[in-house]
Design a protein. Structure first.
Ligand SMILES: NC(=O)c1ccc[n+]([C@@H]2O[C@H](COP(=O)([O-])OP(=O)(O)OC[C@H]3O[C@@H](n4cnc5c(N)ncnc54)[C@H](OP(=O)(O)O)[C@@H]3O)[C@@H](O)[C@H]2O)c1
Length: 372
């Protein structure tokens, strides 16, 4: 026996909750556009289903509202996450921000600009993940900082603990409410540093601390249920105005007239913020995106070239070197990512036909510098 009843009140209530989850009722009413409640009476139980306006239940197919996704995101309040949330929200996907701090997330995603976004603190992550179609995992203590022993531990610990938690919650979800895809961040630090080698997704891992962090981080993500598609994005140095290494380096260039850093021969494997967000977005929706995918532009450059381009665009001469100590002062030991470097190529993204908006560093830097 199946009973359907109009649930106007429920729809109103779910909208009123749209910025904070009520754990007990959320799993019952998780589609925002709940219009009908269906009570299914089987031999052994009565099941209440939330039907959206297409009459589908809240199970994790992308058929809800056409291709609408429900995406839970850790680290959504960060540099990459913020732009990803904007993109998903703009395209009418439903976003659940998994954060350590509701008040911080509410500042980053004010309800007037992001109506309907769910903000969930840790105890509510379970109800957020269950019923999402996809999860993006971006959380972790920033790497470009001064590394005390404590911070180094935290760089590892934060990534392992958030990734393990997310994976456990996905694995423990009810089968019909389990997300079908996990896109998890990792970094090109996986490969270690080299001035001569070229790395692609098949290359072995390095021997240093960051390589170890990336291996552990990826290992945790791979423990997810075998029915869940996993894309591990090994992210390069992301160029954007609002965060990342370049934003910290621009003032330095202005101060030191902007020349090469160190020997200048180090490789700089970069990606523009729009491209990394597009890559993650594509990985969410395209089933061909599976396994390790390097998130770097197709044309990495030596640091001298990056500095020359940056100097030209900023109108600074590029002969006076930026001293290592100055870069270390703003990036801490995390400066090793820039000062040592590696040449990483996005083989998988190319095979998958991913189209980079910014394949060349000159255009990427220009876009960043002219961003309002
Ligand atoms: N940006 C790059 O150039 C780059 C390059 C390679 C790899 N990646 C990786 O990509 C991911 C996203 O990068 P991003 O630049 O957007 O990072 P980000 O701006 O530093 O933001 C990361 C988010 O992680 C959460 N977080 C911070 N410390 C944490 C801790 N101790 N425990 C748990 N969560 C913590 C925070 O969210 P809440 O406060 O809301 O919880 C924060 O907003 C990171 O894991 C990063 O390592 C980035």
């Amino acid at each position: 026996m199946e009973l359907c009843c109009r649930a106007g009140a429920a729809a109103t209530t779910s909208l009123a909750w749209s910025n904070s989850i009520s754990p007990s009722l959320h799993s019952l009413l998780h589609p925002i556009s709940v219009e009908y409640l269906s009570i299914c009476h089987t031999k052994s139980s009565i099941r209440v289903l939330c039907l959206n306006n297409n009459g589908t239940n809240g199970s994790n197919t992308q058929s809800q509202k056409g291709n609408q996704m429900i995406v839970s995101i850790t680290g959504a309040t960060g540099f990459i996450g913020r732009r990803l949330v904007q993109r998903l929200h703009q395209d009418n996907h439903r976003v659940r921000v998994l954060t350590r701090s509701r008040s911080k997330a509410q500042l980053v995603f004010p309800v007037r600009d992001f109506p309907g976004i769910v903000i969930a603190e840790e105890p509510e992550w379970k109800d957020s993940i269950q019923g999402s179609t996809a999860v993006v995992n971006l959380a972790g203590t920033p790497v470009s900082t001064r590394w005390s022993n404590e911070i180094k531990k935290d760089i590892m610990r934060s990534r392992i603990s958030v990734t393990s938690k997310v994976v456990d919650l996905i694995n423990n979800s009810q089968d019909d409410l389990r997300p079908t895809v996990l896109v998890s961040a990792t970094a090109i630090g996986y490969y270690g540093f080299s001035e001569t080698q070229v790395f692609d997704e098949q290359s072995p891992s390095g021997n240093d601390y960051l390589a170890e962090v990336c291996r552990e981080w990826e290992g945790r993500a791979l423990k997810v249920n075998k029915d869940v598609r996993v894309a591990l994005i090994r992210i390069g140095v992301v160029l954007g105005k609002e965060g990342g290494a370049l934003a910290k380096m621009i003032p330095l260039f202005m101060m030191f007239a902007g020349g090469p850093i160190g020997t200048g021969k180090q490789w700089f494997s970069w990606i523009h913020l729009d491209d990394i967000v597009n890559l993650i977005y594509e990985a969410l929706s395209n089933p061909a995106y599976e396994g390790v995918i390097n998130g770097t532009a197709p044309n990495p450059v030596r640091l001298t070239e990056m500095c020359e381009q940056l100097g030209n665009i900023l109108g600074r001469p590029s002969w006076l070197p930026v001293p290592d100590f100055a870069l270390k002062a703003v990036l801490g030991e995390g400066a090793s990512v820039v000062l040592e470097g590696q040449r990483v190529l996005p083989m998988r993204a190319k095979e998958l036909g991913f189209s980079f908006k910014y394949p060349y560093i000159k255009d990427a830097i220009k876009a960043v510098v002219s961003e309002k």
